[in-house]
Design a binder for this molecule. Structure first.
Ligand SMILES: [Zn+2]
Ligand SMILES: [Zn+2]
Length: 338
């Protein structure tokens, strides 16, 4: 599991990463060679940080319910075109992504309104600006206890500024790898399902997480596309989840039919901006989701979307419509299974 910290090694890692990235930045291109060089350079440090604390069991059986009455809240924050998701349970907080460069204030005030002071984990699913743009504001405003990255360097000032902020604030840093679990709270299991190792395709190397709390599960996909979806299916991972954060803002490059069938979600959440220049969400994805029969929520139409669960039932609330699915209406045959 990701626990503990090692500031000396973190500092070494970051000094090295910044040097490598600066070289890449100046040279102006990321080639597969420069990525593998980068990985090779930082690997000894990363290994030291991660493997001491890693959960050895790969993809543990998460079907055993651990329902104890705690409330888990997952906020899909409306940051326009981009992702930012806050997960809260028992005073623990985890942030997945921080929206685009102009979203820092939105994310910071949303977190403050929800009593966040410490962030136990901050995940950057991948280094595209619509996922990490607000990250420096987050680091400046909260006590980040561990930062988890997908391990792909990016040649942008935005990414470099995050590394500098992490270094200046002595934030422990880890690279996510399929098979790890993230130890947020004993009530929940959070598995890393992607990437296996960085390939240089930023979207497909997105950190994909499955969160299970009792009988209720979430799949957070970042911008993972068809190739990553196929890999997770081929690996035989248990990706079946009640709530799916639809991949890549509803782009047709993601959410292939086989993946949707395997996830088999009841609720599909699309994080997308009004009139975005990509035409997200693509019509064929919406059609596919409708045909499948999941309830679709979209941040461009619904604003912030909040899912609350006690591990048995869940409710969905939206900023624009209030309570949409009350917990009591979700009657699963859970007691029989439990
Ligand atoms: Zn994106
Ligand atoms: Zn992306």
């Amino acid at each position: 599991m990701f626990q503990g910290d090692d500031k000396i090694k973190t500092n070494q890692l970051f000094t090295l990463a910044i040097i490598v990235l600066t070289v890449i930045f100046v040279s102006g291109c990321v080639s597969p060679d420069s990525i593998s060089d980068y990985m090779e350079e930082i690997q000894p440090y990363v290994e030291d940080i991660v493997t001491d604390n890693i959960h050895e069991e790969t993809h543990p059986d998460t079907t055993v319910p651990t329902i104890n009455g705690d409330l888990l809240t997952v906020h899909f924050i409306d940051v326009g075109q981009g992702d930012s998701i806050l997960i809260q349970i028992n005073d623990k907080n985890m942030l997945i992504d921080a929206g685009d460069n102009w979203s820092g204030d939105t994310v910071v005030s949303y977190l403050k309104d929800n009593d966040v002071e410490d962030l136990d984990f901050v995940i950057a699913t991948h280094p595209h600006a619509d996922h990490i743009g607000g990250m420096v504001d987050v680091i400046d405003n909260f006590n980040v206890m561990r930062f988890i990255d997908s391990g792909n360097p990016h040649t942008t000032r935005t990414y470099e500024n995050i590394l500098i902020a992490i270094d200046e604030n002595d934030i422990p840093f880890s690279l996510a790898e399929s098979g790890q679990t993230i130890d947020l709270d004993p009530s929940v299991t959070i598995e890393v399902l992607n990437p296996v190792e960085p390939t240089g395709n930023l979207n497909d190397d997105s950190i994909v997480l499955k969160l299970t709390y009792g009988e209720v599960s979430f799949l957070f996909t970042g911008d993972a596309e068809e190739r990553a979806e196929n890999r997770m299916i081929d690996e035989g991972y248990d990706i079946d989840s009640d709530i799916l954060k639809v991949g890549h803002h509803g782009s047709r490059s993601s959410t292939i039919q086989e993946f949707l069938d395997s996830v088999s979600p009841e609720v599909c959440i699309i994080m997308v901006g009004t009139d975005n220049r990509y035409g997200h969400p693509h019509e064929e994805v919406i059609d596919r989701l409708n045909l499948f029969g999941c309830e679709i929520y979209r941040t461009d139409l619904d604003g912030n979307i909040i899912v609350k669960t006690d591990g048995r039932d869940y409710s969905v609330e939206t900023q624009n419509s209030g309570l949409v699915i009350p917990m009591t209406a979700m009657t699963f045959a859970l007691t029989a299974e439990a």
